[in-house]
Design a protein around this ligand. Structure first.
Ligand code: HDE
Length: 727
């Protein structure tokens, strides 16, 4: 019997009846016979006897024919009277709303947050106090720079926005997968975004920082260089939304029933482990499947493999904050987990895909100012700008003040106030009274509640009104260096490679040099590697306001140090031909199923293959559309005859040479060698290429795949490796 992954594939069994063509669903019939006058005998293509399925206009008027407009005679002019035509076209004309200025491309899902450790000692927020309580959530992941139709694997920050529908109102943690930001003051945000996005005269490049304007801005903004280290790292090319961390970035406050405030930073830690892809792979995924991340999330949730994140908090008081070497109000700084540990307090599970992308993912409106009583703001100047911006942007995008009436934005707790009217009002206050104070007693509507209501923490403020940056924000390089030294050597190499790639796309030589001058303040080895990669002389270090501190490495900052410990939820590509060995295929898929992994069969034809015992197996991918970049690891198991065909095929050769070049674990079938030879990949030289010649080999192969990649190979396949320096 063919084994099939319930998640990714279904094997077609031997002797299965030929594919049947299902009847067309209602509304998809072929067009009406041409010259028949409308309504002449009820043969219009939409006909249905079922009142519940009867198509109507937006006014609810039943529609008899929505495929032919009303005409004066079969070949005559269309009549203005046709309200069905006009309404349909009118609605179509207005289908688009402005896409987000940043984070335009996103993907969302519903889920639930469960509290496992109470913070009642620190906060009045019910959602953080009642252990075991489940709170509905909606999450939207996004890229930042690209337009709505850009590709998922852009080198970019990922947005990680969570809306928790708490009993005390909606709480939005609008975070990123990087714990710091490019700038320290909100007033710089429009310039940053203009510089990142496509250049205004030519309208490109799309979704890339690899152009002059971005590096011009960055090289003139020393505060950006910590974040630049992160976006040049593999954090910016994640394997999946399921494998990214989320960070609230700013310090917030928790305020308890006694009015005591504690600072807090929020972290989402993926139970799937941190995982990223290689840059060359990212570039190719964008071509092979521009929807790679959204498809991945959708499929995981559809298959019941629900992604989970633990919510962690770093809690600290003013006294601790005063002792930190940085100002925690500066969003270009993080607090190392080794200094203030992350306390895990709950788990979020994404368990339901959206019913309609536009209704939920496009219309969801997050705002950093949406907090329940017991959560409050720090004085981070970036956060204050955000608290204004997000509400403001919803007016433009969603068209009016009533966007909170849209189901995805509507609180799940009662909403009671005297705000009324405006575009698209769905729930105006009822009754005679729409003002306060009023003397209508019980009929007078909602009242303020000093006990349960939101009370701002009475933080003391003083000082002169002035446009100024705090002197405590002025060390721009020490944490950039700390990030670099916290990476494993291969991760450091990737940072160097990314910088060389990006700066190679910068046309102005002076901008390249100015960028490298900042790297000299970060780490001399990195600066030397990048200068060498660009073929330029090492410039002087940029002028720094403070000397770079030598902070200790923080292992929590490495992806590889925090990767997955199994192949669960990851995807194996199994390359088969007619005549491939059934026993081996069955053994491999058994082991993968037991691991909780996903697998897909790749074959020369989408119709599938017939194995050596006569078993028919359906393919999920035809080789041309299923390159190895779509998989975490691959097994190449052709038959002796099949491989003779594959050696002539470019896509088949790319399959193995890319898998090899991207340092993937490769299961090498007994007959696969000619294909590897033809692709000039020497499998026998490498411990990441494991024999998969007999069923008993499957276990060891899948066990090896648990590691993210076989990184030692990169030193043999990538020229840039020559310049890697030991830090
Ligand atoms: Fe945003 N940001 N941002 N941002 N941001 C938006 O709000 C803004 C910043 C982040 O999935 C916009 O509804 C300013 C930091 C995410 O719908 C806009 C500043 C962080 C999302 C806006 C920042 C973020 C946005 C565009 C500097 C990480 C997507 C559409 C003061 C903590 C939300 C919208 C979603 C979206 C403004 C900086 C994360 C224009 C002014 C720092 C995840 O309002």
């Amino acid at each position: 019997m063919a084994k099939s992954s319930t998640k990714a594939n279904s094997g077609k069994l031997k002797g299965e009846s030929p594919i049947k063509v299902p009847p067309l669903p209602p509304g998809s019939d072929l067009p009406t016979s041409f010259a028949e006058p409308q309504g002449s005998g009820g043969e219009t293509h939409q006909s249905t006897a079922d009142a519940a399925l009867t198509m109507t206009t937006q006014q609810g008027v039943p529609v008899a024919d929505a495929q032919n407009s009303l005409k004066a005679g079969p070949r005559g002019p269309t009549l203005l009277e046709d309200f069905i035509l006009r309404e349909k076209i009118f609605h179509f004309d207005h289908e688009r709303i402005p896409e987000r200025v940043v984070h335009a491309r996103g993907y969302g899902a519903h889920g639930v947050f469960e509290l496992t450790d109470s913070l009642a000692e620190y906060t009045r927020a019910d959602v953080l106090s009642t252990v075991g309580q489940q709170t509905e959530v909606f999450v939207r992941f996004s890229t930042v720079a690209g337009n709505k139709g850009s590709s998922d694997l852009a080198r970019d920050v990922r947005g990680f926005s969570v809306k928790l529908y708490t009993k005390q109102g909606n709480w939005d943690i609008v975070g990123n997968n990087i714990p710091v930001f490019f700038i320290q003051d909100a007033i710089k945000f429009p310039d940053l975004v203009h510089a990142v996005k496509d250049e205004p005269d030519r309208g490109f490049p799309q979704a890339q920082t690899a152009h002059d304007n971005f590096w011009d801005f960055a090289s003139l903004s020393p505060e950006a260089w910590h974040m630049i280290m992160w976006i040049m790292s593999d954090r910016a090319i994640p394997r999946s939304f399921r494998t990214i961390e989320g960070f609230g970035v700013h310090s917030f406050r928790l305020v308890n029933a006694e009015g005591k405030s504690t600072f807090v930073k929020f972290h989402w830690k993926p139970r799937q482990g941190l995982q990223s892809v290689a840059w060359n792979e990212a570039v190719k995924i964008n071509g092979a499947d521009p929807d790679f991340h959204r498809r991945d999330l959708w499929q995981a949730i559809e298959s019941g493999d629900f992604p989970q994140w633990d919510l962690g908090v770093q809690l600290f008081d003013q006294e601790t904050a005063d002792k930190l070497p940085f100002d925690h109000l500066d969003a270009t700084k993080l607090i190392p987990e080794e200094d203030i540990p992350v306390r895990i307090i709950g788990t979020m599970t994404l368990n339901r895909n959206v019913d309609n992308f536009f209704a939920s993912t496009e219309q969801v409106a997050f705002c950093t100012a949406n907090v329940p009583p017991g959560v409050d703001f720090s004085d981070d100047p970036l956060l204050h700008g955000r608290n204004f911006s997000y509400l403001d942007t919803q007016l433009k995008r969603l068209g009016g003040p009533n966007f909170t009436h849209i189901p995805v934005n509507a609180p799940r707790c009662p909403v009671m106030n005297f705000q009324q009217d405006g575009h698209m009002a769905m729930r105006n206050p009822i009754g005679r009274v729409n003002y306060e104070p009023n003397s209508w007693g019980a009929e007078g509507g909602p009242r303020e509640n000093p006990e349960a209501g939101f009370v701002s923490f009475p933080a003391e403020t003083q000082g002169n009104k002035q446009r100024i940056r705090s002197e405590t924000f002025s060390d721009h390089y020490s944490q950039a260096r700390q990030f670099f030294v916290s990476q494993q050597p291969i991760e450091q190499k990737h940072i160097g490679d990314a910088l060389v790639f990006e700066l190679s796309k910068v046309e102005r030589v002076d901008i390249r040099a100015r960028a490298v001058s900042h790297l000299r303040n970060v780490h001399d080895d990195l600066a030397a590697t990048v200068a060498d990669g660009l073929g330029m002389a090492l410039p002087d270090a940029a002028k720094a306001t403070r000397p770079t501190l030598d902070l200790p490495p923080s292992p929590a900052l490495s992806i590889l140090g925090n990767g997955p410990d199994s192949f669960k939820g990851r995807k194996m590509g199994i390359f088969l031909t007619d005549g491939s060995e059934a026993a081996l295929f069955t053994a491999l898929t058994d082991v993968l199923d037991a691991e909780g992994a996903v697998w897909e069969v790749v074959a020369p034809k989408i119709g599938g293959v017939t194995l050596d015992d006569g078993m028919a197996v359906a393919a999920k991918q035809k080789i041309d559309g299923g390159p190895s970049v779509l998989f975490d690891a691959v097994a190449v198991l052709p038959s002796a005859d099949g491989v003779q065909m594959l050696v002539k095929d470019g896509a088949s050769k790319d399959f193995v040479s890319d898998a090899f070049g991207h340092c993937k674990f490769i299961g090498v079938g007994a007959n696969a060698k000619p294909l590897f030879d033809e692709a000039r990949v020497p499998p026998e030289l490498d411990d990441g290429c494991l024999p998969l010649a007999k069923p008993a080999d499957a276990k060891a192969f899948v066990a090896a795949c648990r590691a993210l990649r076989f990184w030692p190979r990169e030193m043999t396949v990538d020229l840039d490796a020559a310049s890697i320096k030991k830090s």
